[in-house]
Design a protein around this ligand. Sequence first.
Ligand code: ZN
Ligand code: ZN
Length: 288
Amino acid sequence: MVPLSLLFIISPTALFRESIELPLHCFVVAHCPAQPQRSSHKMPPFRPIPPTPLPRPFSNSSPRAAPTPPSSRSSPSPQGFIVPRVPPPNCPLHVTAGPDGPELPRVSDSPLAVDDERVTRLIKFRLTPGAKCRHCHTMHLECDFSESGLPCPSCAVLGMSDCDFTDADYFLLNIADRRDQRFHDERRSLVAAVRENRLSPSLFDREYERSCAWFYSEAQGAITRFLLNCRATHNLAIRGYHTLAAASDDTGLLSRLLALGVEFNLHPSVLHILTERLQTVVLERIGQ
Ligand SMILES: [Zn+2]
Ligand SMILES: [Zn+2]
């Protein structure tokens, strides 16, 4: 039975800031009661605990040696763990240029279903819940966000194909923010569990990485749902106006529709559709 002799107390200031500047303030402060040796398969499953505030470090403690940076943490010290950075280095949540245009990342090989409630919560998450899309902001219109990948109703009916809510960068920015909130909470919870002797320091990485993998499974489900939403609604209003215009050869009606379109700031591509249809009808009448 080897007593667990180290208990790490980490400065709350260093722990909760956005990007930790390693080394952290880690201190040897006390001897702890011996822990029973358990094989990993007999360990009870770790149950997340609510976050608790960290105590201040003891004034008479002495600093430990600097931990290795996260990029080289494949062989962590057997006595402890390395507090991961939030946001993580090499964040995968960004758009890349592909052969057929911008591409969203693949962040998990085990995505949750697109209708999983965790995916639904994630795709509905926004950094600034009440913010309008830029078109509604410019035109002083009401703006209603339902979920990423679906344009707001005003943009949809006005024929705007570039509502912010269908923007991939905006979507990834939102889920990256949600991820960072989650990783902060998980890190705080696990550090508290180690400090209170409810989790072996050697299991910190495993538990933290399991939580990260869960998030990226949700994120992959949300990315798939975002793409489905965009494909399903892409140019839906434009196609509708095409159908609407083609259904009439009444020049008076088409003219009134065009005038209303100008008055209501319909997208120029919609006005173009109506103008073209009007010209076609007039030319057909002249040719008869
Ligand atoms: Zn809007
Ligand atoms: Zn919009």
